[in-house]
Design a protein around this ligand. Structure first.
Ligand SMILES: [Zn+2]
Length: 418
């Protein structure tokens, strides 16, 4: 070997055998197949005998389950909630913040999340992080980002650098353009109050119909989808009527508004864990008023989620909390999936809500969130079947992104390579 030290590999080759394949689309696992990965992508799904000639390192999974890496549709690498933990993040210099976010990106990837959708990040650091990960300078998931979220003056999240205050239709159109100019893949609007704002209620409507319509039509003209932080049903209905593509939280949906969302193809990222996050708030020193508001909203939030399921709304995985956070015996992202499942979504559908369904929303169908020829080899391995119970993901022991093994607790890849 020469003295040269490369950046992190972003694409690898491998042959996976001995697995039960959960492809992110079919409800049941299939066995007796081999997955051939070349230059980061799955090129063939074939018989093990046929695959062994491929020449790449062979990973024998010994009967374990392989599924697409998780796609987390609601993350903030620069999250700062009220309280001591958040104040420490808010106090970071721009350089410190970028490194802090890189650490979060690495831990997110190792938790099994191979793609994230960032829905409000501070200081434009998300764009730098996205480039650094793509270049192999730091490890992390694939990033789709909204840049800064747009809120009204004094609106949800106004007191942090991860939002941009706008007032009036023109200012919202300008806000959308500014984030597209910065590199945003989508747009995030704060259309109502929430849990983390001291001077608002979850039910406070914050944008006018004209402001929402201006932001959404401008974003669509530039080929960007729009999602909205939203609590109460009435303003969600207005936003859906003017073309909103996705609702975050949806704390207080009604059956009627859930049906309206289903009819218009508006997705829901329920983030159920944020109203069940007492231990996380304790970790961060979140003030009592916020804890009470959050936990108090829990039952209504779950009822709202059930209305969405009953109406046939497409629900998607999103943790809001850092996905990797050590929470109630597992990670926040797995805990969110467990809440989605126990709230009434069958396990195979919960797997899809974490893989192929988010990929479709992101416009990456066939590239991400599925294990089929042509897709990136982004995957996780668990000893038990996630399509029987998503709690299986508590035991993720191997993570691969772009054909590169980034986590391998049981040295599955080591033992059989060569
Ligand atoms: Zn959030």
């Amino acid at each position: 070997m020469s003295g040269a030290v490369p950046s992190l590999p972003t694409r690898g080759d491998a042959v996976l055998v001995g697995m039960q394949l959960v492809d992110g689309v079919d409800p049941a696992p299939r066995e007796g197949l081999a997955l051939v990965v070349e230059d980061g992508r799955i090129t063939r799904i074939t018989s093990p005998d046929d695959a062994l000639g491929a020449g790449a390192a062979v990973i024998d999974l010994d009967g374990a389950f392989v599924m697409p890496g998780l796609i987390n549709m609601h993350t903030h690498f620069s999250l700062s909630l009220p309280g001591a933990g958040g104040d420490a993040v808010s106090g970071l210099s721009p350089h410190e913040l970028a490194l802090y976010m890189a650490d979060g990106a690495r831990r997110t990837l190792l938790s099994g999340v191979t793609t994230v959708r960032c829905v409000a990040e501070k200081g434009g650091a998300d764009f730098a992080l996205r480039r650094a990960i793509a270049a192999g300078h730091v490890p992390g998931p694939r990033i789709f980002t909204a840049g800064r979220a747009l809120c009204c003056t004094g609106g949800h999240g106004f007191d942090s650098d991860d939002t941009l205050e706008c007032d009036g239709a023109d200012a919202f159109a300008r806000g959308v353009r500014s984030q597209v100019k910065a590199g945003a893949d989508l747009i995030k609007l704060m259309i109502s109050g929430g849990i983390a704002g001291e001077h608002e209620e979850i039910t406070t409507p914050q944008l006018t119909r004209e402001e929402m319509a201006a932001a959404i039509s401008t974003a669509h003209a530039w080929g960007r989808k729009v999602t909205a932080h939203a609590g109460p049903a009435a303003i969600i209905a207005e936003a859906v009527e003017v073309g909103l593509d996705c609702v975050e939280h949806g704390y207080e949906l009604t059956p009627e508004v859930a049906r309206l969302m289903a009819e218009n193809g508006t997705a829901l990222v329920p983030t159920l864990v944020v109203t069940r996050a007492g231990a996380f708030f304790d970790d961060l020193g979140v003030p009592t008023w916020m804890q009470q508001r959050s936990l108090g909203a829990g039952p209504r939030h779950m009822a709202s989620y059930r209305y969405a399921l009953d109406a046939g709304v497409e629900v998607l995985l999103g943790s809001d909390m850092p996905p990797f956070w050590n929470f109630e015996g597992t990670s926040a992202v797995v805990r969110e999936l467990e809440h989605m499942q126990s709230g009434g979504l069958p396990a195979p559908d919960t797997v899809r809500a974490a893989t192929s369904a988010p990929a479709r929303w992101l416009g990456a169908e066939g590239e991400l969130g599925t294990l089929t020829p042509g897709a990136w080899a982004d995957l996780v391995v668990t000893p038990t079947d996630p399509t029987a119970d998503v709690a299986a993901l508590r035991d993720i022991d191997l993570v691969m992104k772009g054909g590169v093994v980034v986590r391998d607790d049981h040295r599955r890849a080591d033992v059989s390579s060569g």
